[in-house]
Design a protein around this ligand. Structure first.
Ligand code: BGC
Length: 759
C-alpha cells in the first residue's frame, strides 16, 4: 500500500511538474505566458501591473514568478535608493562605471561601439540584479535648450535609430531589457508633465517616431517608457492612439509599456490607453515622495474594483499581464541572463574607447611656425619640445571641468562611480615624461546643484577666479581651457531647460580674454548641447566632448596628445545663434510653448497647462538649415581628424528592393585614422510631398586606416527607407523619379553623387 501511495505521489509530482509549462524555459514563450496567466488570481494579476517600491514591480511569489527590478539608465546603473523613498540607500557595493553620454555614443557613428556599449552596461545591470535598464533615449534634439539632450542621440532620426539598435540588441542578448524612452515627443523639460505637443502627422512619423520604430522593428526592444507630456490632449503614458494604435497594433509590438515615474494620471485611461506597468505615481519623478501607498495606484485597487465589478473586462487585464509576464520570462526568469560584472577593466576599456571616438575635433588651426600647415593639435612630445624652444613648456589648464566630476548631477542619470579620471589627472600623467610644467586655474565657479537647487556663487569669488586665471595666462606658453556645461539645474539636467545659448558662468568672456593674452589656446568643452562661440576665430583649436564618463580624462588626453586620432562627428547642428534653429523663427509657440490656450478637456477631464506647436514641421536640424538656407557654425555630421581622407567616385546599384552605395576612402594624410561616410538622399520634389533638400539614409565608418591605406565601404538602403509619410493616405510612400545619393563627410561637405531612377 505504502509503495502504491509513493508511486502515485511520484506520478502526481511528475504530472504537475510537466504541467507547469510557464516554468519551462524551453517551452514556447506564448505557452508559458498563457499557462502562467491561467494560474493567477485576479489580485495577483493586478499586483504585477504597478510598483511595489520605487524601482520594482511585483512578481507572483506563490507561483515562483519573479519580480522585475528596474533602474536608471542610460549611462550606467544608478546608485541604490531606499525601497520606498528617493533617498540614497548608502550601500557600499553599488559604485559602478559611468559610460559616456548617449550624445557621445551617437557622435562615434560606430555601430560596433554601440554593441560594445549595450553589452558592457547591461553586464553591470545584470550584476546589480536588475532586469530592466531605464534607457536608452531617442528623443529628437529639436532645440539646443533641452536639458536632457545629453541622454539622447541627436537631431536625426536615422542616426538615432541606427545607433540605438545595436545597443538594445546587445543588452537584451544578456537578458537585460532596455526601456526605451521617452515615448514620445518629450523634447523639452519646461513643463514636461503638462505640455501638449501639436505636431503634424508627417513630422511625427518621419522625425519623432522613427527611431522608436527602428528599435521596435530591428532590435525588438522589450519595454518602452511612456513620456510625461501629452500628445493630442492625452498623456503619452496612456494615450490610446499612440500606444494601442501605433505601437502595439500597427507596429505589432509585444512588449510592456512602463509609465514614466509619476506619468500616470487616471485609471480608465491607464486601463484602456495602453499602459502596462505603472511606476512612481504621486511623485514628481525625482524627489517628491508618493503621498499614497502602492495599492492606491491607478492600476492597483481602483483598477481591480472596476475589473471585479465587470465594468472593465478581464481581457483588458489579461492583455497587460501577458506583456508583463513576457518581460519577466525574457529577463528575470531567462536562464540565459548573464551574471555580469561590475567595474571590470573591460568596462573601463569600453568606456574609454567610446569616449575617444565620440570626441569631435571642431577646429585645429595651423601653427604659423610649423611646417606644412600642421595644426596645433595633437600635442605630441615632439611638437611640445618644438613649442618650448628647448625650455620647459608652461602649460596652463583653465576651467572647472578640468577637475569636476561630470558623472554627478543631471537628474535620474546621475551616477556613483568607483573611479573617475579627470582631464587634469590624465594630462598630468600623460605629460609627465615631457619637458613641461602644468598648472591649473579654475577660472570660474558654477556651484553644486541638487536637482533644482543650485548653490549661489558669489560674484566676487568668480571675479577673483577670473583674475587669477588671466594672471596665470601671462606666464603660459600654451593654454588648455576645459569648460562647457555641467549637470547643474538648467544646464544639462532633467526638469529644466537652459536659459541661454551662451556658455554659462561667464566662460565666453574668459575665453576671449585668455585668447588676447595667449593665442596658443585650445578650448575643450563638455556638454550635451550646442552653444554660441563668439571667440571661435581667436582660438587655435576646439574639441567638443559631450560627457565621457569614468574614463573622461584618459579619453580626452589620448586625443589631445595624439595617441588617438579623433573621428567623432556631430550628431546635432551647431548654429551660430539660437535664432538660427529652424523652430526659433516661429517664436514661443514653437518653443517652449504658450499657456492659457482654451482647449477642450480630454476624456479624463484634464486640460494641459501648456501648448507647444512644432511649426518647423519635418524641417528639424540640418533639414531646417537647408530649407531656410542658413549657414550653421558647424554642420551636422562635421568633425575633423589629424589626417585627411580622399573619397573615390561613388556608385549605386539597385538589387531587388534595396540600393547599394559603394565608395572607396583613402587616408591621404600622415596619421592613422577613421572616417565616416554619410549617405544623404535628395528625393524627387512633389507638390503633395515636398522633400527636404537631403536626408541621412545610412552611414559607415572605416576601420583604422594607416596613411595611404584605402577601404571600400558598401552601404545598403532598403527602398522603404526612402519613403515619406503621406497624410492623406496615412501611409508611407516612395515617389517615383530621380533620387540623388550624396556621399558626404558632413551635411555640407558632399564628396560625390550617384543617381538612380525609381520608376
Ligand atoms: C525620468 C525617467 C527616469 C525615471 C526614474 C523620471 O523622472 O523622466 O527618465 O527613468 O524618473 O528615475
Amino acid at each position: 500500500m505504502k509503495k502504491i501511495i509513493f508511486l502515485a505521489s511520484l506520478l502526481l509530482t511528475a504530472m504537475t511538474t510537466t504541467a507547469q509549462v510557464y516554468l519551462d524555459p524551453n517551452a514556447p514563450l506564448e505557452e508559458r505566458v498563457q499557462d502562467a496567466l491561467s494560474r493567477m488570481t485576479t489580485h495577483e494579476k493586478i499586483l504585477v501591473l504597478h510598483a511595489q517600491s520605487k524601482f520594482t514591480s511585483a512578481g507572483v511569489p506563490r507561483l515562483g514568478i519573479r519580480q522585475l527590478n528596474m533602474d536608471d539608465g542610460p549611462h550606467g546603473v544608478r546608485e541604490e535608493l531606499e525601497w520606498n523613498t528617493w533617498n540614497v540607500a548608502r550601500w557600499t557595493n553599488d559604485s559602478i562605471v559611468a559610460f559616456p553620454s548617449l550624445t557621445c555614443l551617437a557622435a562615434t557613428w560606430n555601430r560596433d561601439l554601440s554593441t560594445l556599449y549595450g553589452h558592457s552596461v547591461s553586464e553591470e545591470f545584470a550584476f546589480r540584479g536588475k532586469d530592466i535598464m531605464l534607457g536608452p533615449g531617442v528623443n529628437i534634439q529639436r532645440t539646443p535648450m533641452n536639458g536632457r539632450a545629453f541622454e539622447y542621440m541627436g537631431e536625426d532620426p536615422m542616426l538615432a535609430g541606427e545607433m540605438v539598435v545595436p545597443y538594445i540588441s546587445a543588452a537584451q542578448k544578456n537578458g537585460v531589457a532596455c526601456c526605451l524612452k521617452h515615448f514620445v515627443l518629450n523634447d523639452q523639460e519646461i513643463d514636461r508633465f503638462n505640455v501638449n505637443v501639436n505636431v503634424s502627422e508627417r513630422a511625427m512619423r518621419e522625425i519623432y517616431l522613427f527611431p522608436f520604430q527602428r528599435a521596435v522593428e530591428k532590435a525588438h526592444v522589450y519595454t518602452i517608457m511612456g513620456s510625461y507630456n501629452l500628445w493630442n490632449g492625452d498623456h503619452c503614458c496612456h494615450n490610446d492612439a499612440l500606444l494601442n494604435g501605433i505601437l502595439k497594433k500597427e507596429w505589432g509590438w509585444d512588449g510592456a509599456l512602463v509609465s514614466d515615474w509619476g506619468g500616470t494620471t487616471n485609471t480608465l485611461q491607464a486601463a484602456y490607453g495602453g499602459l502596462d506597468i505603472e511606476m512612481g505615481t504621486w511623485t514628481d519623478g525625482k524627489v517628491k515622495e508618493a503621498q499614497h501607498g502602492y495599492s492606491a495606484y491607478y492600476l492597483a485597487n481602483p483598477f481591480e474594483k472596476l475589473i471585479n465589478e465587470g465594468t472593465i473586462p478581464m481581457s483588458v487585464l489579461d492583455e497587460k499581464v501577458a506583456r508583463v509576464l513576457r518581460t519577466i520570462f525574457r529577463t528575470a526568469m531567462n536562464p540565459k541572463k548573464v551574471i555580469g560584472s561590475q567595474c571590470s577593466e573591460a568596462h573601463y576599456d569600453a568606456c574609454r574607447q567610446i569616449g575617444e571616438e565620440g570626441i569631435v575635433l571642431l577646429k585645429n588651426s595651423p601653427l604659423p611656425s610649423s611646417p606644412k600647415g600642421e595644426g596645433l593639435l595633437p600635442l605630441t612630445s615632439e611638437k611640445l619640445a618644438r613649442l618650448s624652444k628647448g625650455e620647459g613648456l608652461r602649460i596652463l589648464v583653465v576651467g572647472e571641468n578640468a577637475t569636476r566630476s561630470l558623472t554627478q548631477g543631471g537628474g535620474s542619470s546621475e551616477l556613483k562611480t568607483l573611479r573617475d579620471v579627470s582631464p587634469w589627472e590624465a594630462l598630468n600623467s600623460q605629460l609627465s615624461t615631457v619637458n613641461c610644467q602644468l598648472s591649473l586655474a579654475q577660472g570660474y565657479k558654477s556651484g553644486r546643484s541638487i536637482y533644482d537647487h543650485v548653490d549661489p556663487v558669489d560674484p566676487a569669488e568668480n571675479a577673483r577666479l577670473k583674475a587669477e586665471a588671466l594672471d596665470a595666462a601671462r606666464q603660459a606658453d600654451l593654454i588648455l581651457f576645459i569648460g562647457g556645461f555641467n549637470k547643474n539645474h538648467k544646464q544639462d539636467c532633467e526638469n529644466g531647460d537652459r536659459e541661454s545659448y551662451d556658455l554659462p558662468f561667464g566662460q565666453s568672456d574668459l575665453i576671449s580674454e585668455l585668447a588676447k593674452i595667449q593665442p596658443n589656446l585650445v578650448v575643450v568643452t563638455f556638454g550635451g548641447n550646442p552653444y554660441a562661440m563668439p571667440w571661435l576665430p581667436k582660438v587655435k583649436a576646439l574639441l567638443h566632448c559631450w560627457y565621457l564618463g569614468s574614463e573622461s580624462g584618459t579619453a580626452l588626453a589620448n586625443v589631445l596628445t595624439g595617441k588617438v586620432n579623433p573621428s567623432g562627428k556631430l550628431p546635432v547642428t551647431f548654429a551660430k545663434r539660437l535664432e538660427d534653429y529652424p523652430y526659433a523663427k516661429f517664436g514661443e509657440e514653437a518653443y517652449p510653448g504658450i499657456t492659457g490656450v482654451q482647449v477642450p478637456a480630454n476624456s479624463a477631464g484634464e486640460v494641459p497647462h501648456r501648448q507647444v506647436y512644432y511649426k518647423e514641421d519635418i524641417y528639424v536640424g540640418y533639414r531646417g538649415f537647408d530649407h531656410d538656407k542658413v549657414q550653421p557654425q558647424f554642420p551636422f555630421g562635421f568633425g575633423l581628424s589629424y589626417t585627411t581622407f580622399a573619397y573615390g567616385k561613388p556608385s549605386v546599384t539597385m538589387d531587388g528592393d534595396s540600393f547599394t552605395i559603394t565608395v572607396t576612402l583613402t587616408n591621404t594624410g600622415k596619421a592613422a585614422g577613421k572616417e565616416t561616410a554619410q549617405i544623404y538622399v535628395s528625393a524627387p520634389q512633389s507638390k503633395i510631398l515636398p522633400k527636404p533638400q537631403k536626408e541621412l539614409k545610412t552611414f559607415a565608418k572605416t576601420r583604422l586606416l594607416a596613411p595611404g591605406e584605402s577601404e571600400t565601404l558598401r552601404m545598403t538602403i532598403p527602398r522603404r527607407d526612402l519613403a515619406s509619410w503621406n497624410e492623406t493616405t496615412h501611409s508611407w510612400q516612395v515617389d517615383s523619379g530621380t533620387y540623388t545619393f550624396l556621399v558626404a563627410a558632413s551635411a555640407t561637405d558632399v564628396k560625390g553623387k550617384a543617381i538612380v531612377n525609381i520608376p
